[in-house]
Design a protein around this ligand. Structure first.
Ligand code: HEM
Length: 489
């Protein structure tokens, strides 16, 4: 990166502040802020400091004081993502990699090390690899997807509903996407606690991450071999049989990409939405009056707390300019969707609700825009809705300020979301979700999948029913029949 000793705030003036590199103040060489260490404990606050000091594109330092541009502006992020002639995802172009500033043991290496998968590819190779993934995604039938999500939710809720307490992160949000993904990929028998733990372990980058990666790859290689020999109607078989002609290794690597990207992002999304629903008075107020639906709550969460907070990175292919900054060929840039989504130029009032506006950066943009976003949305929409149908009386079982997050440059996970509720009997997983609680007053806030402004006669709320009692035979209205068909249960 251009080592501009620019510091509009004068932080590189020794008379005005701590000397450059002073670790006590978190500032590194050139008076630049570090995106790691003590100063980065609250990355959201640090991004706002950078925005105030430098504007939409700010210079900063990654681990080992590797220089990086942080793209904070909404429009600047979109411009970067949509300009493949100027920026690529290929870290081999990064001057810091070429000149050895990035050491092989840099802890962020797994986030940017080049691999032969669509994320890092460009041009025709990107089209070939991404075409196979999107082709396989296009064969997913959304009605049966919703049915899988509902059944997996019922199964998970059955494991804790009699207890009256649960941790919705480890017992729900982290399991649901993996259960659904295993079903989609055609390996439902491989969904188990070990796979969930291995995926978590890899993403946390613990010392057992390499062994966990080997375990995940062995599962994915096995399913690739199985489906190559005997294709079925599932994502893996369609990926293998796509005219792009992926090799077995390419298939397994793309299954890994889909499994991990989808798992982590969707688990974060579900946890974030549930936290908002349980704690945010804005949500309660709107949900109270039935003014907000689960999909709208999900979309608001994608603005306020995108499941990935930043992607490392994009790399300049030529000298260029972004947000008034001179970017040199080989500079690295952080696609920072979390600060991009709260850019005051697009959101002057952060408390305003963003209903109907999907122009957030949570799924990226340009040629690499997430091809699985509707699947991620569906898992969160249907899963949260079905969970709240089963435990509508769930309340946070700790003080809100006691909730803890684990943060890294790329994401921010809620560690736990403890809830309490009246114990309830398990329910047949093949049934649609119902409130089968001991009779109890329903809370006056409740999320719904119903239309806020119904385009058809408003559906009646689902009446509480005991698990063992069959649903009373009654004629359903056209709108309810449609909703059942649409949800797949
Ligand atoms: C809430 C859930 C999800 C979020 C927030 C999310 C977010 C993202 C983002 C931000 C990118 C683009 C990164 C960039 O510009 O470099 C991306 C790429 C990608 N996502 Fe997702 N994702 C989610 C779910 C999924 C699911 C369910 C799938 C698959 C079924 C998936 C598959 C992919 C793939 C294959 C790419 C790479 C595309 C390319 O490079 O051309 N994602 N995702």
């Amino acid at each position: 990166m251009t080592p501009e000793s620019h510091s509009p705030t004068g932080t590189d003036d020794p008379t005005l502040g701590p000397p450059p590199g002073c670790p006590a103040h978190g500032l590194g060489p050139g008076g630049l802020h570090r995106l790691y260490g003590p100063e980065a404990e609250d990355l959201g606050a640090l991004y706002e400091k950078l925005r105030a000091e430098h504007g939409a594109v700010a210079p900063a330092l990654l681990h080992d004081d590797v220089p990086i541009w942080v793209v904070l502006g909404h429009g600047e992020n979109l411009h970067m993502l949509s300009s493949p002639a100027q920026y690529a995802h290929d870290s081999r172009l990064w001057t810091a990699v070429q000149d050895g500033t990035v050491k092989p043991d840099n802890p962020l290496m797994p986030l940017f090390a080049w691999q032969p998968i669509c994320v890092y590819a460009e041009g025709d190779e990107h089209l070939r690899l991404r075409g196979a993934v999107t082709g396989a995604i296009s064969t997913i039938e959304f009605r049966s997807l919703r049915r899988h999500i509902n059944r997996a939710t019922q199964h998970l809720v059955n494991q804790f509903c009699e207890l009256g307490t649960a941790d919705l992160v480890s017992q729900f949000a982290e399991h649901l996407p993996m259960a659904v993904l295993c079903e989609i990929l055609g390996m439902p028998e491989d969904y188990n606690e070990r796979l969930v733990q291995a995926a978590r372990d890899m993403l946390k980058g613990t010392e057992t991450a390499i062994a966990s990666n080997e375990y995940v790859m062995s599962v994915l290689t096995r399913v690739t071999t199985r489906r190559r020999a005997k294709p079925e109607d599932d994502f893996t078989s369609h990926l293998i049989n796509h005219p792009a002609g992926l090799t077995d290794d390419e298939v397994a690597q793309h299954l890994r990409l889909v499994l991990l990207a989808a798992y982590e992002a969707t688990a974060n999304l579900i946890a974030n939405v549930l936290r908002m629903v349980l704690t945010d008075p804005r949500f309660r107020a709107q949900l109270n009056g039935g003014q907000m639906t689960v999909p709208q709550a999900v979309e608001q969460s994608l603005w306020d707390e995108p499941p990935f907070s930043a992607v490392l990175g994009y790399f300049a292919k030529q000298d260029t300019e972004l947000g008034g900054r001179r970017i040199r060929k080989g500079d690295g840039l952080l696609f920072a969707m979390a600060p991009g989504n709260v850019d005051p130029r697009v959101r002057p009032d952060l408390t305003a609700n963003m209903m109907g506006n999907r122009s957030h950066l949570a799924f990226g943009g340009g040629p690499h825009e997430c091809p699985g976003q509707d699947i991620g949305r569906a898992i969160a929409d249907v899963g949260v809705d079905a969970l709240l149908m089963r435990v509508p009386d769930a309340e946070l079982d700790c003080e809100e300020h006691e909730l803890r997050w684990r943060s890294s440059i790329s994401s921010r996970h809620l560690v736990e979301l403890p809830v309490r509720f009246a114990p309830k009997p398990p329910q047949d997983v093949m049934q649609r979700p119902a409130v089968n609680a001991v009779p109890r007053q329903r809370p006056n806030w409740q999320v719904t999948t119903e239309q806020a402004e119904p385009v058809a006669p408003a559906p009646q709320p689902v009446a509480p029913q005991p698990a063992s009692t069959p649903e009373p035979a009654r004629r359903l209205g056209a709108w309810q029949r449609f909703l059942r068909w649409w949800r797949g249960y």
